[in-house]
Design a protein around this ligand. Structure first.
Ligand code: ADP
Ligand code: ASP
Ligand code: MG
Length: 405
């Protein structure tokens, strides 16, 4: 007998037929004698609709009320799945975040899980009851509903698995595993059977939305055995594992892209000590995350251009912050560009192999794609390019690193 957490994403619970399909999978695990907790997302599209309502109600929405509204989708699916399970003869009970409770910090809209009290769920396990937990939501320090950021049900599931000391956390979705890149844009992408926590973390944070970044952080910290698999097919999925569990390591394991990027260039800022600090401090104070940065060497030793990226959603705010502090760091003009994408190649094998960057730059050059900004870490290289070239770039890199099926 094992203790298993199973998470089903939005497309897996998109309508009643699919909820019945989920219930059959849960029942099969219960019939095998396992203790099962299920985490569900809202039906596909529901959260987007709810977010739209909050924007319509108030563009400067109060984050607490935003959470009250957008958490509602998971309430519906958790109740429906519990009903269908009961109908199949499986004892089941739904749990909203506050009922468990899943305690979070107070950052409404992007809350972090701090503690999960599993006592009652474990009690019910003893009575053979399945817990159907609403993903994406928790209870903040002010006793109000919080949500965990888009895609947050993955994090609910991994956190619950850690708290329950579950043997496994299965993430069921609309693809049958983690691929070398998004299979929706590169049909020749290959399924990765085992991926390291570190690579999965980079893939997620660099744009592969198959797992929410925080869920991978959580899995890594608590050593939760996460498996990504299909809701619709019975194929083995992708296991997220420690590096020593991987037999044959590729140099590059995957390619990710993120369209949630915007580029800001400050033309002709002063090239003197302290300028960068003056610019980035107010942005940090405004909670705006600066990611890639390049500064040209000035020809005259006086003036230079400074380019950096921020999340696309923060672009307007970033420009406003910079304009406000204009007197602290004079510049000639500011150029803001939303039509960019960040494409990244990821692999722990990069640590021990040279030439990975050269291959990337050559492959992009052959397609006539201009690189605007570059950034690297030990196991990834990212470039910023025109958004129009996203698919071309991802495909070219996929081929260049020998990842095509
Ligand atoms: P769910 O609603 O089940 O949480 P998501 O839409 O959040 O599903 O995540 C699954 C999607 O992630 C897939 O449909 C796929 O298009 C996308 N995706 C992006 N990169 C990858 C990748 N490297 N491997 C698998 N899927 C990926
Ligand atoms: N329903 C939420 C979203 O769409 C959470 C999730 O699906 O993981 O972001
Ligand atoms: Mg998701």
């Amino acid at each position: 007998m094992a203790r298993i957490v199973k998470k089903f994403g939005g497309t897996s619970v998109a309508d009643m037929d699919r909820i019945r399909n989920v219930a059959r999978r849960v029942k099969a695990a219960v019939d095998e004698g396992h203790e099962v907790a299920v985490v569900v997302s809202a039906m596909a599209g529901t959260t987007d609709t709810l977010v739209g309502y909050t924007r319509d109600a108030s563009p400067m929405h109060d984050a607490r009320e935003y959470d009250t509204v957008v958490a509602a989708g998971e309430q519906i699916t958790s109740g429906l799945l519990a009903l269908v399970l009961q109908d199949m003869g499986v004892p089941a009970r739904s749990w909203l975040g506050w009922q468990v409770p899943i305690r979070t910090d107070g950052v409404h809209g992007a809350a972090r899980i701090e503690h999960i009290d599993t006592a009652e769920i474990e009690n019910r396990f003893k009575q053979g009851q399945v817990a159907v937990v609403a993903g994406f939501q928790g209870l903040g320090p002010d006793n109000r509903i919080t949500t965990l950021g888009r895609g947050g049900s993955d994090t609910s599931a991994v956190a619950l698995a850690a708290a329950l000391k579950a043997d496994r956390c299965d993430i069921y979705t609309d693809v049958d595993g983690v691929y070398t890149t998004d299979p929706r844009i590169v049909p020749r992408a290959q399924k990765i059977h085992r991926i390291t926590y570190e690579e999965m973390l980079e893939m997620a944070s660099l744009g592969a939305k198959v797992l929410q970044t925080r869920s991978v952080e959580m899995a890594m910290k608590h050593r939760v055995r996460v498996q990504v698999r299909s809701s619709f097919e019975d194929t083995p999925g992708t296991l997220v594992v420690d590096e020593d569990e991987i037999v044959e390591q590729q140099v590059v394991s995957g390619i990710a892209y993120s369209k949630n990027e915007a580029k800001i260039t400050l033309v002709r800022v002063q090239d003197k000590p302290g300028t960068a600090g003056f610019i980035f401090t107010p942005l940090a104070d405004a909670n705006i995350n600066v990611d890639m940065i390049v500064q040209d060497v000035s020809e005259d030793g006086k003036m230079t251009d400074l380019t950096f990226t921020v999340p696309a959603d923060d672009l307007e705010r970033a420009v406003a912050v910079i304009e406000k502090h204009r007197d602290d760091f004079p510049f000639e003009r500011i150029i803001a560009d939303r039509d960019v994408v960040k494409v990244s190649v990821i692999g722990v094998g990069m640590r021990s192999h040279a030439g990975v960057a050269a291959t990337m730059f050559r492959a992009l050059a052959e397609k006539g794609i201009n690189i605007k900004v570059i950034s690297t870490s030990e196991i990834k290289i990212s470039v910023l390019i025109d958004a129009a070239y996203t698919e071309l770039a991802v495909r070219a890199l996929h081929t260049a690193y020998g990842l095509d099926a």
